[in-house]
Write a protein that binds this ligand. Structure first.
Ligand code: NAD
Ligand code: UFG
Length: 356
């Protein structure tokens, strides 16, 4: 009999985590989720259970809670961990840096200590393109110089360093940092997606909320960048492509003693105005916007060279922006209040969207 592999997913109720749990189950993994729900909803995991027709053990707890981690490792035979749990709002990290250092660093240290105690040595970590700062060369390769411009970014850099040091210390660790570019879109079912608790910081969820009538207009942060149309250019990647990369990272034959880093992007840059047009096409109407000043700390252009992930993980993004916008719109229009929207309510939402 083939033993199923079992992964612990921290932050598995969140945006990227919930989509990854779906792909893990589809790929034959058993999954246990731990999440303190500080930026997510229990409903996301219920819906993932429904999509996958699988029961997923869920612990509502902080990853810093050593006793809960011990209980999980003692109850289940876990052979790998994907670590999504973390605070991620750049602006908030500038206002309250200690909360970010305390939460993101402590949770990773506690997790590594408990993994070591239970001899679980395979870890995939959610890093970010933010570790490249303002890139000197495009597309960005993994060996580009690293820097960070805010406390959130510095936690990612520090954690990457912590992970590399852990691997170098011996003990057959096998750790992978995945540097995400800009995740967008939602699962095809329209039942899970991005559900920001506050005003969205990121472009796509903001546009989606304008489209559904929750916000008046998009504010385009700057039209005087050195880019083809003057607005910021980013590498937007469908969240399901991103999710599949985590499965690929876990499936890669274990290479004990290795610390690996991969860019997860598409290699294509898209401007703010191009993204707005793509979303207008997806939702079938024009969306109001206003050009305002640049957002402090923003860079002009950022896109990945994802060749290494293709060569070593056999992974490549396959969904384009049009598909991601259509999927994000399906999620947003069916769930205008995110997970607080009760299902099913498709007919009501069509009326709401039409009146918006
Ligand atoms: P998210 O906020 O939707 O998911 C993070 C999850 O972790 C949430 O469910 C939250 O409740 C949980 N969490 C946070 N701190 C915790 C703790 N101490 N203990 C237990 N649970 C905790 O965010 P996301 O967009 O899904 O991002 C997942 C990861 O990817 C994060 O580490 C983030 O920094 C990283 N990342 C995200 C992006 C992006 O644009 N979304 C880009 C690059 C990297
Ligand atoms: N933008 C607007 N209006 C908005 C929001 C964003 O014009 O309301 C513009 C930004 O100026 C930028 C582009 O849209 O040009 C993308 O902005 P996002 O905030 O969606 O994404 P960022 O690239 O700024 O940052 C995101 C995450 C970071 C992560 C980084 C790289 O928020 O945490 O991608 O992965 F580090």
């Amino acid at each position: 009999m083939v033993m199923k592999r079992r992964a612990l997913v921290t932050g598995g109720a969140g945006y990227i985590g919930s989509h990854t749990v779906v792909e893990l189950v589809h790929a034959g993994f058993e999954v246990v989720v731990v999440d303190n729900l500080c930026n997510s909803s229990r409903e996301a995991v219920y819906r993932v259970e429904d999509i996958t027709k699988t029961s997923i053990p869920f612990y509502e707890a902080d990853v810093r809670d050593q006793e809960v981690l011990d209980e999980i490792f003692e109850t289940y035979h876990i052979d790998s961990v994907i670590h999504f749990a973390g605070l991620k709002a750049v602006g908030e990290s500038v206002e309250n840096p200690l909360r970010y250092y305390r939460s993101n660093l402590d949770s990773t240290m506690t997790l590594l200590e408990r993994m070591a105690a239970y001899d679980v040595k395979t870890l995939v970590f959610s890093s970010s393109a933010t570790v490249y700062g303002d890139p000197q060369h495009l597309p960005i390769t993994e060996n580009a110089p690293l820097s960070a411009t805010n406390p959130y970014g510095r936690t990612k850099l520090m954690i990457e360093q912590m992970l590399e040091d852990t691997v170098r210390s011996g003990g057959d660790w096998n750790i992978t940092s995945l540097r995400y570019f800009n995740p967008i879109g939602a699962h095809k079912s329209g039942r899970i997606g991005e559900d920001p608790h506050d005003i969205p910081n990121n472009l796509l969820p903001y546009i989606a909320q304008v489209a559904v009538g929750l916000r008046e207009r998009l504010h385009v942060y700057g039209s005087d960048y050195e880019t083809p149309d003057g607005t910021g250019v980013r590498d937007y990647i469908h969240v399901v492509d991103l999710a599949k990369a985590h499965v690929a990272a876990l499936k890669r034959a274990p290479h004990p003693g290795e610390y690996k880093v991969y860019n997860l992007g598409t290699s294509h840059g898209t401007s703010v105005l191009e993204m707005l047009k793509a979303f207008e096409k997806a939702c079938g109407r024009s969306l109001p916007y206003k050009i305002v000043g640049r957002r402090p700390g923003d860079i002009a252009t950022c896109y990945a060279d994802p060749t290494l992930a293709h060569l070593e993980l056999g992974w490549k993004a396959v969904h384009d922006i049009a598909e991601a916008c259509a999927d994000a719109w399906r999620w947003q229009s069916r769930n205008p209040e995110g997970y607080a929207t009760s299902e099913p309510m498709h007919a009501d939402v069509e009326i709401l969207a039409a009146n918006a």
